[in-house]
Design a protein around this ligand. Structure first.
Ligand code: ADP
Ligand code: ZN
Ligand code: ZN
Length: 682
């Protein structure tokens, strides 16, 4: 029995890209109503603007009286852009991460389709050209290596699960042949006429992976990352959607790309925090990919030599199935590790004399040297030794970094820069002095020591130009540079067969950080950086300089390896109920006035506490407290951390509460955001 009389014209529920966690109601175009299907883009009047929204529902009535509803201005697509699975995936993501539905839909679309102009996203007239040229028939593909037993077992298991959802953790040491496993699994997917989607953490890793897939398969491969022009990205997206591309390789944003016939999902370096979107709609591409695989009934492979504690935990509780590659493939051997105690040692550009001696030795034996220092710039502090003045940023609670080559002081948090002072701004004494070492200074010191050698430096400053990262790696791979200096950019999956010595400098701060994840990241970095050596015929040696050679966790990772290190960390997290043994959400707020952000969060806390009175021990709220860097870009920042052993409970209360806070009196002067499963508490 119907309560309301039937209404002839349904009301459209539209996801409009605005930061509000709700849908907006519109009337259809009178004449073309029957053409509307869920998932189509429509142009709608919104305030004084026209916006591109997505139809996500039909309804017979609205909270607003019918005469107040506006009509949509146009239907933009002849068919929905998202297949039902992706449509569901986007809606799930918006619920799980508590994102504004319109913004979540928007972020799943390539920029080209977010615009209201060029309204019709005409499917390109001819079949789109492959992004890459298909194989030249004159160059024979390299013969694939013969698989070892573990690789074969992993592949056989994976292929058995084609057509079903299952999450696999491919836990394989650096250089164990994980990529070879991906290649073979993709080969089988292609043989069944299916597509493969492969995600990498950084744009910089696409070229080498693309090359390996191109060499192996004469099929169109589409790349999706933010370095493409909007048009190109749209074309590649269309190739994936229409099935013209058999393989899609991309960064986190590609997790939402529609595929005509998905067969397998692969996410390489699954522990990498770049898979987490840290602004706007904050999602984790790994977790979204797993949900996607379940909706599309495909196996998903997460690969890493240093799996995240979350994934290891998921193996333990039986959610993920573990596939192990414990040995290096081919001729690679594990490097030897040495801890170098640098207490009371004189350092030059961060290098002890022992390490300098070892560099000499390896170079004279025609090896290459890699030095890891995770700090760019010349020096992190500029200080006056007369009065104690240090160069601080005016906008942030941070010191300014000295950049020698560009002759400036730069804040790495707000990008503000100042010319180098020739005298102390406080006491006028001459020449304030740099304190501490960044990659730029390390390079200078090495040039003095080894004037005839070629040094490649890889950090954000040297790789701004498009393609420059690849050029630097090519130089090292081709033996043009003997020494490679780099920040964490060099720790990710690059194959550097001639490196025989790795030096790890200055990681001690991670041992004492307030962020509980920093020690996990440190262990991953050490293992990954060490893994750059000994990858071919030549054995590798790793030297780690530290002032804390007795630190138990440092000893653990160096003496027992990542696996045991991770097991100890998990035991520690378990004992203090930290993730993955509990679930967190972080609400960040910032305001111009010092107390507004804190006050705003205090009232959210209040509301949450009132709601959760029924189950007082399930939700733990800490804060509000000022953020670890309280002032940034001139704004005062605060945060509220929510933690619960029951994820659904946390989700439910958050959703209900936050909806009310969009209209809070302070919400106009406080900018705030929610981060579900935060991986960075800053
Ligand atoms: P990972 O992705 O685990 O770092 P890769 O797949 O890049 O490892 O393999 C490292 C190197 O070993 C590559 O040069 C690769 O061609 C080679 N390789 C992989 N599997 C084998 C194998 N079964 N036999 C010989 N060489 C192999
Ligand atoms: Zn001074
Ligand atoms: Zn700043």
């Amino acid at each position: 029995m119907k309560i309301h009389p039937p209404v002839i014209h349904p009301i459209l529920r539209v996801a409009v890209p605005v930061p509000l966690r709700r849908l907006f109601d519109y009337l259809p175009l009178e004449a073309r109503e029957e053409m509307l299907v869920l998932g189509m883009r429509v142009l709608v009047p919104f305030g004084r603007q026209q916006k591109v929204g997505i139809v996500v529902g039909f309804s017979e009535h609205s909270e607003l009286p019918r005469e107040k509803l506006k009509r949509i201005s146009a239907i933009l697509d002849p068919e929905p852009l998202f297949p039902p699975t992706i449509f569901q995936l986007i809606q799930w993501s918006s619920r799980y991460y508590q994102g504004a539905i319109g913004e979540v839909f928007e972020s799943a679309l390539p920029n080209y389709l977010r615009k209201k102009t060029s309204a019709s996203p005409k499917t390109p007239k001819k079949t789109p050209k492959p992004v890459i040229e298909t194989q030249d028939p004159n160059t024979l593909p390299p013969t694939p290596p013969e698989l070892n037993t573990q690789q074969q077992q992993a592949i056989d298991t994976l292929v058995k699960y084609f057509g079903q959802f299952k999450t696999f953790l491919l836990d394989g040491v650096t250089g164990s042949g994980k990529t070879e496993v991906y290649l073979r699994v993709v080969e089988q997917a292609l043989a069944q006429g299916k597509q493969a989607l492969i995600l990498v953490p950084e744009i910089g890793l696409t070229p080498q992976l693309l090359k390996r897939f191109q060499e192996r398969f004469p099929v169109p491969i589409a790349v999706l990352n933010s370095s493409l022009t909007p048009k190109k990205r749209f074309e590649n997206w269309e190739m994936a959607r229409t099935g013209a591309a058999a393989i899609v390789i991309g960064t986190r944003l590609a997790v939402f790309v529609p595929l005509l016939n998905p067969g397998v999902f692969i996410l390489d370096e699954e522990h990498d925090s770049s898979f987490k979107q840290q602004e706007g709609f904050r999602y984790h591409a790994r977790d979204v990919m797993i949900m996607r695989a379940s909706l599309e009934h495909c196996p998903v492979v997460l690969g890493s030599a240093t799996p995240s504690l979350e994934s290891l935990h998921n193996v333990t509780v039986g959610k993920f199935h573990s596939l192990k590659l414990p040995n290096r493939a081919g001729q690679g051997t594990f490097p030897t590790l040495q801890v170098l105690d640098i207490r009371h040692k004189k350092l030059e550009g961060g290098l002890s004399s022992q390490l300098i001696g070892q560099i000499k030795e390896h170079i004279s034996n025609k090896g290459q040297v890699l030095l890891f220092l995770n700090r760019r710039g010349y020096s992190p502090v500029l200080m006056c030794f007369e009065c104690g003045w240090v160069a601080n940023c005016q906008n942030c609670d941070a010191k300014m970094t000295l950049h020698f080559h560009s002759k400036k002081l730069l804040c790495h948090h707000c990008e503000m820069s100042l010319p180098l002072p020739t005298a102390c701004p406080n006491c006028n004494h001459e020449n304030p002095k740099p304190v501490g070492v960044g990659t730029e200074k390390l390079e200078n010191v090495l040039k003095e020591h080894f004037p005839t050698l070629n040094i490649a430096r890889i950090d954000r400053d040297t790789t701004r130009k498009k393609g420059s990262l690849q050029t630097a790696f090519d130089r090292v791979q081709e033996g043009e540079a003997e020494i490679l200096i780099g920040t964490q950019m060099i720790a990710k999956g690059h194959h550097l067969p001639q490196v025989t010595l790795v030096g790890i400098l200055d990681i001690d701060h991670a041992l004492f950080s307030t962020d509980f994840r920093s020690i996990e990241k440190m262990g991953q970095l050490i293992t990954q950086v060490a893994g750059r050596t000994g990858r071919a015929e030549r054995p590798g040696h790793v030297v780690l300089q530290t002032c804390h050679p007795e630190h138990p966790l440092l000893k653990k990772i160096l003496e027992e390896g990542y696996q045991n290190f991770a097991a100890s960390l998990l035991a520690e997290r378990h004992s203090i109920h930290l993730p993955p043994y509990s679930h967190q959400a972080l609400i960040r707020a910032e305001s111009k006035q010092p107390n507004q952000a804190l006050d705003f969060l205090a009232s959210i806390k209040n509301a949450l506490q009132n709601l959760s009175q029924t189950k007082p021990n399930v939700l733990h709220i800490s804060g509000p407290i000022p953020a670890p860097m309280e002032r940034r870009l001139g704004k005062h920042r605060a945060q509220l951390l929510l933690q619960s052993s029951e994820r659904t409970y946390l989700q439910k209360h958050l959703g209900e509460t936050l909806d009310r806070f969009t209209t809070h009196p302070l919400s106009s002067s406080v900018r705030w955001s929610l981060d579900v499963d935060p991986i960075d508490l800053y």
